[in-house]
Ligand binder design. Structure first.
Ligand code: HEM
Length: 399
């Protein structure tokens, strides 16, 4: 509700965090020249109906050919049988065996970082703790040395744009490429070295797996496509994990009765995280392109239109969630859209759920008095496409 959003200082454009709801579930935006989709049923339809809508929205962003090359290979932008084919092969990286290993690895790492912080009265929950744990397990998933994770931070800028990513056109004349793609060059070069090495000597990791993925025509993914794939999951995926943990801390702080419930009964931790995904959805919006004339929310939308689907607003739709502005860790059912829906549903969903559950269990065990530092306001990423605490932007006290 407004109290929650104002207390922490969330940006005004995240209207759903203040309990506000647009009059219509789908509306045309003259300013942005695209459709805005807010309702749960309508967002669900746009994400699930592959005959009417496509995730390949990049071509409608008004980007030039040169920039579009940097999306080639990004699973989230692939469509049709090739998307299903690549996705099926990539999913093997998130096998039950990997998830089981992840559970014990996150437990050990979380305790290792807790040991380093246990003597302090306050610390930065993200830069001193979560970024290390999440960064190390992500490096291990990829199969790169943990120290190389410092480069992941270059992707943070995408989340720090005040403009939505479709609209990045800076006042100083710099466009999408200069603002978002060029600065990633050192990261691309670092990843390229590992892709070359793993193509020659495959091991048991995601980069090796990607270097062996067979496209439908029998060819392998190119070096650039593999790099684009990894950058795709880094931006939308890995860096959203600390957002979820930071956001959940704000929820626990704002709703002490719910915090008490979870502390008293750890089996409620998964419910806490699902409700945090719904209430303070980290990936606030995604995009779709219509590939046929469609009707959505009573509006006729022509083929080749761009849609911004508001996952965060849909997760507060009263037609789907009774009392949507109430934070309730026991909410059931809680079919939120925080990880998307349909054929592009988050590949890393299971990984995030395990990782964040263990982190919270260890935090609660090791720091029973953990709370947001009342003297240092949290800092948020600027992007309207993401909702959450920025890297290094959340101090906690443990005394
Ligand atoms: C809290 C953390 C995360 C959030 C909030 C999140 C959210 C999402 C959402 C909303 C989508 C669907 C986008 C759409 O349909 O347009 C998505 C897709 C995806 N996510 Fe995640 N994600 C998270 C973590 C991860 C992680 C850790 C990984 C990988 C290690 C990952 C990999 C992917 C991939 C590859 C896709 C595209 C799937 C496809 O197009 O088939 N995500 N994610």
């Amino acid at each position: 509700m407004a109290d929650f959003a104002d207390r922490w200082g969330f940006a005004q454009d995240k209207f759903w965090l203040r309990g506000e709801r647009p009059a219509e579930s789908v509306e045309w935006s003259e300013e942005f020249q695209r459709w805005h989709v807010y309702g749960y049923a309508e967002v669900n339809e746009a994400l699930s109906n592959n005959d009417g809508y496509s995730a390949d929205s990049g071509k409608l962003f008004g980007l030039d050919e040169e920039t579009l090359k940097f999306f080639d290979g990004d699973l989230a932008q692939m469509t049709g049988p090739e998307h299903a084919n690549v996705r099926k092969q990539v999913s093997h990286a998130f096998s039950p065996r990997f998830i089981e290993h992840l559970e014990s690895r996150v437990y050990d790492l979380s305790n290792e970082y807790a040991d380093k912080l246990i003597h302090l009265q306050k610390f930065n929950l993200l830069s001193d703790f979560v970024d290390h744990v999440a960064g190390i397990v992500f490096s291990e998933l990829l199969g790169i040395p943990a120290d190389d994770r410092t480069m992941f931070k270059l992707v943070d800028q995408n989340m720090d744009q005040q403009a939505q990513m479709t609209q990045v056109e800076a006042e100083d004349g710099e466009g999408y490429f200069d603002k978002l793609t060029k600065p990633l060059q050192p990261l691309r070069e670092m990843l390229g070295v590992h892709v070359d090495e793993r193509t020659k000597n495959p091991k048991d990791d995601l980069i090796s797996l990607l270097s062996q993925v067979k496209k439908l025509d029998g060819s392998l993914m190119t070096r650039d496509q593999i790099i684009n794939f990894i950058i795709g999951i880094l931006g939308a995926g890995h860096l959203a994990t600390p957002l979820l943990i930071g956001n959940t801390m704000l929820c626990l702080e704002s709703f002490p009765d719910q915090a008490e419930k979870v502390k008293a009964d750890r089996t409620l931790v998964p419910g806490l995280l699902e409700e945090s995904m719904r209430y303070l959805t980290p990936g606030a919006a995604s995009y779709r392109a219509t590939i046929a004339d469609v009707e959505l929310g009573g509006k006729q939308i022509p083929k080749d239109s761009l849609l911004r689907v508001y996952l965060g607003a849909a997760n507060r739709d009263p037609l789907q969630f009774p009392e949507p502005d109430l934070f309730d860790v026991t909410r059931s059912p809680n079919a939120h859209l925080g990880f998307g829906r349909g054929s592009h549903y988050c590949v890393g969903g299971q990984m995030v759920r395990v990782e964040t559950r263990i982190v919270f269990e260890v935090l609660m065990d090791r720091f029973p008095k953990l709370r947001v530092d009342p003297d240092i306001a949290p800092q948020f990423f600027n992007s309207p496409d993401f909702t959450g605490v920025r890297s290094g932007g959340l101090y906690v006290r443990v005394d």
